[in-house]
Design a binder for this molecule. Structure first.
Ligand SMILES: N[C@@H](CCC(=O)N[C@@H](CS)C(=O)NCC(=O)O)C(=O)O
Length: 194
């Protein structure tokens, strides 16, 4: 059985949501970053990590891609133009959503106090709002890519939820409705209830 290392209040949520969508059982170790359990699975102390037999995999999107490819779900097949389009969306979200939220987190509580520049947060909030508007303008259905849920939807919704928790300005109505519909999915609720 898979084992997910990392508290739900972290990027581990994405991996667990993916496993729930796929109907795959897993054990959950709700480790916080730099805890002994986190360090035992990743020398950087970061979460999430996924244990699959003798293998320990790190980085949420690498883990999600691994699971999607291995089980042939929530992804277009590797080596197809459809997959290139899906990956373009995934990498865009990493650049324009995840990285902005992570920069804000660094300057809020991750960096040592004397290295934080709190003034940067207004600029990051404005940048996130611009990205959210771009994403909303690119949407033309209930999912980001194709006609069904795929990996980038899980990533995008997790980042939108993160932005709410971080006190960022609300995203536009279309994107908010998209995220609300995804949060109503039984797989999302199963993770949130843990
Ligand atoms: N790109 C990595 C980032 C992992 C990461 O930074 N996780 C945070 C928790 S969500 C963490 O462990 N932070 C502690 C640290 O950076 O030292 C991923 O997507 O898994």
């Amino acid at each position: 059985m898979y084992k997910v290392i990392g508290a739900t209040k972290s990027r581990s949520f994405r991996v667990m949501w993916m496993l729930e969508e796929m109907g795959l059982p897993y054990e959950h170790i709700p480790a916080t970053p730099h805890s002994p359990e986190a360090l035992a699975h990743n020398p950087t102390g970061k979460v999430p990590a996924l244990v699959d037999g003798d293998d320990v995999l790190t980085d949420s999107v690498a883990i999600m891609t691994y699971l999607a490819d291995k089980h042939g779900q929530l992804t277009a097949p590797a080596g197809t133009p459809a997959r290139a389009r899906q990956d373009a969306m995934t990498f865009w979200l990493l650049d324009e959503f995840d990285a902005i939220l992570w920069a804000a987190a660094k300057h809020s509580f991750v960096f040592p106090k004397d290295q934080r520049v709190p003034q940067i947060k207004d600029s990051l909030k404005a940048e996130f709002a611009r990205s959210a508007a771009v994403l909303e303008s690119r949407m033309n259905g209930p999912f980001l890519v194709g006609d069904t849920l795929s990996l980038p939807d899980i990533l995008a919704c997790h980042c939108i939820n993160w932005s709410i928790g971080a006190g960022f300005p609300q995203v536009g109505d279309g994107l908010a409705a998209y995220a609300k519909a995804l949060r109503a999915r039984p797989a999302f609720r199963a993770v949130a209830a843990r």
